[in-house]
Design a protein around this ligand. Structure first.
Ligand SMILES: [Zn+2]
Length: 264
């Protein structure tokens, strides 16, 4: 049995049997792993607040040859991101980004970058960064790291600089001219010129400058609609955390609406 230490970000925790917990977590060297934390429901000494989704921890793992699961011997908390957890919207954005980071199965040479990118965006949200802009910017970055980066130029059909009104082909994962989008295999979603420019800008920026981008409401809505449909198409199902994000985002929008109309 070998034993080693790894940085990790906790993605999912489930009770297992009478006393154990099953933990899914992201690592920089091996991507997403699942481990069993024996007696974790009783031993707070070995797992002091480390088995919480989104926590940045260090795990001490051992692996028995032939076994499917890692054994989590103990964990140390590095950062629990407490401010992020107190704000539903920041929590919603973090949950979507963490779920996507965990779903990207590779390529293995991207594991370290995927981990560092998730750690960075959790830190930005913890520090008060705007979830409305960080969510689309970092969703785009994760898609690119996983090899699913949308192709924003040239037009996928005619190969020229795409001519408005632009559209986004969900099955092909890229942009089409207005004329080329007619008769294209659907779904095909509208992509405003402003959104297209913003996404192209985001695609070309180094990671440490992504947080400076701002997505106005229309650009955010179009980008998120495209990413949501694109992920649903390629995963074959809805991402679990997306409905939570939409609920907390919708609640804020409804609150603004009520305020404008003078409702209590
Ligand atoms: Zn075209």
């Amino acid at each position: 049995m070998t034993s080693r230490q790894t940085p990790a970000i906790v993605l999912l925790v489930r009770d297992y049997g009478e006393a154990d917990r099953l933990v899914t977590f992201l690592t920089p060297s091996r991507g997403r792993l699942t481990g069993i934390a024996k007696h974790a429901r009783k031993s707070r000494r070995r797992f002091p607040h480390v088995l919480e989704p989104l926590s940045r921890v260090n795990f001490f793992l051992s692996h028995r040859p032939g076994a499917e699961l890692e054994f989590i011997q103990k964990g140390e908390l590095v950062d629990s991101f407490p401010a992020l957890r107190r704000d539903l919207k920041r929590l919603g954005a973090a949950a979507v980004l963490a779920e996507l980071a965990g779903l990207l199965a590779g390529p293995p040479e991207a594991y370290a970058q995927i981990f560092a990118t998730l750690e960075e965006v959790l830190g930005l949200l913890e520090g008060g960064g705007p979830p409305d802009s960080l969510l689309p910017a970092f969703l785009l970055r994760f898609l690119s790291l996983g090899g699913y980066g949308p192709r924003l130029s040239p037009c996928l059909h005619c190969g020229l600089e795409p001519a408005p009104p632009l559209h986004f082909s969900i099955p092909r994962g890229g942009v089409l001219c207005g004329a080329c989008s007619r008769g294209a295999l659907g779904p095909v979603l509208p992509l405003g010129l402003g959104t297209w420019k913003l996404l192209r800008l985001a695609q070309g920026l180094p990671r440490d400058r992504l947080s400076r981008l701002r997505f106005p409401a229309l650009q955010r809505e179009q980008s998120l609609n495209i990413f949501k449909a694109f992920l649903r198409h390629h995963l074959g199902r809805e991402m679990k955390s997306w409905s939570f994000w939409e609920k907390v985002e919708g609640r804020e929008e409804a609150g603004r609406q009520a305020h404008r109309e003078g409702a209590p």
